[in-house]
Design a protein around this ligand. Structure first.
Ligand code: AMP
Ligand code: ZN
Length: 137
């Protein structure tokens, strides 16, 4: 038996506040929101990472996420939103089942994502770009 929390929400073994569902995607309210209206958009099938998704499911998931984001912004009278997907434990992914966070935002709401931007050491930015372009081959 799959003990993934989101799989259990998808099949109804754990209750959730559903916002939308079709045959491949489910959107629910996050139980511990960063802001009221914070939504999660899950694929119904269990995949851990965005990079694991087949292209057709990825397209469906993102299209439904866009609709949910519009609805969250409207319902929360927000000015904007963050769209966030943690991938792997090292990134903060607590539930290894692919999902987008949709977080409604307003100027001055005080929500902070704790990352500290730095500069590339001299000459390293181009080398990084080249490394990634090569990895795409
Ligand atoms: P992540 O760290 O990206 O894996 O985020 C997982 C999110 O799932 C967190 O924001 C949790 O608050 C949320 N969460 C955990 N359990 C539930 C649940 N039973 N119903 C709704 N959201 C949940
Ligand atoms: Zn799962």
């Amino acid at each position: 038996m799959n003990d993934c929390i989101f799989c259990r929400i998808v099949d109804g073994r754990i209750p959730s506040e559903k916002l939308f569902e079709n045959d491949r995607v489910l959107a629910i309210l996050d139980i511990n929101p960063v802001a009221p209206g914070h939504a999660l958009v899950l694929t119904k099938a269990h995949h851990e990472l965005v990079t694991d998704l087949p292209a057709d499911l990825l397209a469906e998931w993102i299209a439904r996420t866009q609709e949910i984001a519009r609805a969250v912004v409207k319902a929360a009278s927000a000015e904007g939103f963050n769209l966030l997907s943690n991938n792997h434990k090292c990134s903060g992914q607590a539930i290894p089942h692919v999902h987008f966070h949709v977080i409604p935002r307003r100027t001055g709401d005080g929500i902070k994502f704790a990352w500290v931007p730095v500069k590339y050491p001299e000459g390293e930015m181009g080398a990084w770009a080249e490394k990634i372009r090569k990895a795409m081959g």
